[in-house]
Design a protein around this ligand. Sequence first.
Ligand code: COA
Length: 258
Amino acid sequence: MSNLLIENKGNTQVITINRPSKLNALNKATIQELSAAVTAADKDLTIKAIILTGSGEKAFVAGADISEFNTFEVEQAKELAKMGQDILFDLIEKCETPVIAAINGFALGGGLELAMSCHMRVASSNARMGLPEVSLGVIPGYGGTQRLAQLAGKGKAFELMFTAGMIKAEEALSCGLVNHVVEQDQLIEKCLEICEKMSKNSSVAIAAAIRAVNGGYKDGENGFETEINEFAKCFATGDFKEGTTAFLEKRKAIFPNN
Ligand code: COA
């Protein structure tokens, strides 16, 4: 995969978008490679978490690759947004392996949209985030209008989009856009620390929690009903039997599916 670097650290896979000369801008090939890499990692039962990051110290991802779509017409633009949402952004959101975005610099446009499709975000203190699409005469097309409003609230989302402004990591933390802010040299370590904590818990239950939370954001689905069904399905799993038995026997659970 020419635009990605993939490295396993224990049972976590770190996927690095590697186009530093273009600030890791998402061209079509990178989107396809990311889709294939996330699909493969999600299927691999030995991988318990995925970290997505950008190469270099300057950018996570500075957006969709503007040079690839500036001559597009309406139908091509529609296809571009739909393809991206289907094969990558929605795929990551639905991924049953937790995905953390390690935002190591600029996360703009499609870059912030990519980070927002992940289950969690950790930013380095130099990170800058925004959806500057209206400065190019367009709007976000990879789910940004929806996910920024979900994470930071409608008012903040409108302000960020209308002004095409960039916010610093601390401001992103205060509006709920990121979970943690750390120094750049601590970024992957902080993400790995979260992965380590998650890996002690039932991966089957974590996948159920992802489906339940996502259910609340899906048209035509009632998140509370999804939660009831996912809760009930856990009772048929070996992980539930082991987790509850271990608690009652006052020992640490050894989950059979981990
Ligand atoms: N698409 C395509 N190329 C991009 C890009 C993008 N979204 N973002 C950066 N690049 C390229 C630049 O064209 C430049 O390539 P070149 O050296 O071949 O000319 C290279 O990455 C470095 O970027 P540069 O603009 O020179 O760096 P900078 O430090 O001066 O500015 C940014 C950094 C992030 C402020 C600036 O690159 C930028 O505004 N990028 C676009 C952000 C954006 O609008 N994203 C939303 C897209 S929908």
